[in-house]
Design a protein around this ligand. Sequence first.
Ligand code: AMP
Length: 213
Amino acid sequence: MKLMFLGAPGAGKGTQAEKVSAKYCIPSISTGAILREAMSTGTELGVKAKSFVEKGALVPDEVVIGIIKERLAQDDCSNGFILDGFPRTVAQAEALDAMGIKMDLVISIEVSDDDIVKRMSRRRLCEKCGASYHVIHIPTKVEGICDACGGNLITRKDDKPEVVLDRLSTYHKQTEPLKDFYAAKNLLVLVEGNKSIDSITNTIYSKIDSVRG
Ligand code: AMP
């Protein structure tokens, strides 16, 4: 099963991808998480990515395409995978085609810009393991402390309101055209993202099950 999540930053791609990953036993691959990890350990990739990520711009196509090529070649991807946050440009989608990868389903989680801005201000990230939370919708058991590893929760630099507006504009200009790209291949389904997390998950499961037959 090869699945892809599209949607604005903060639409819930990562949250849903984790659930789908657990249910169908396929890895969820987030280019954003790979880049954040590289930035926090200070690798060459991290240094290259930092200025783009922190201002809400996209990291150059060739860099993320290289990351994805390497990641998809790993053994755990042999039965399928979920792409969360890749591709984000038509050039990246074309690179995936050129790699001979045929997706089974592309799920776009639809949330209005106003709601995205509200959500992002309440999103939190564990600085140690990268787990994602939301002050209201996905709270931790102990405030400010990650349930999974006990690390401290922080606000991502690129979740600050001024950067979120730039990320949204980048999304509309560069990533949203992918909806037409995948609709033309009959792979696109739209899912209303302004519902409870569980109800969105159930809708997504039923879309996946209808493709699996
Ligand atoms: P995310 O965690 O998916 O919201 O990604 C955080 C940031 O990482 C984005 O705002 C971009 O700067 C960068 N990024 C993640 N995935 C990609 C991608 N496929 N292409 C370019 N930049 C990316």
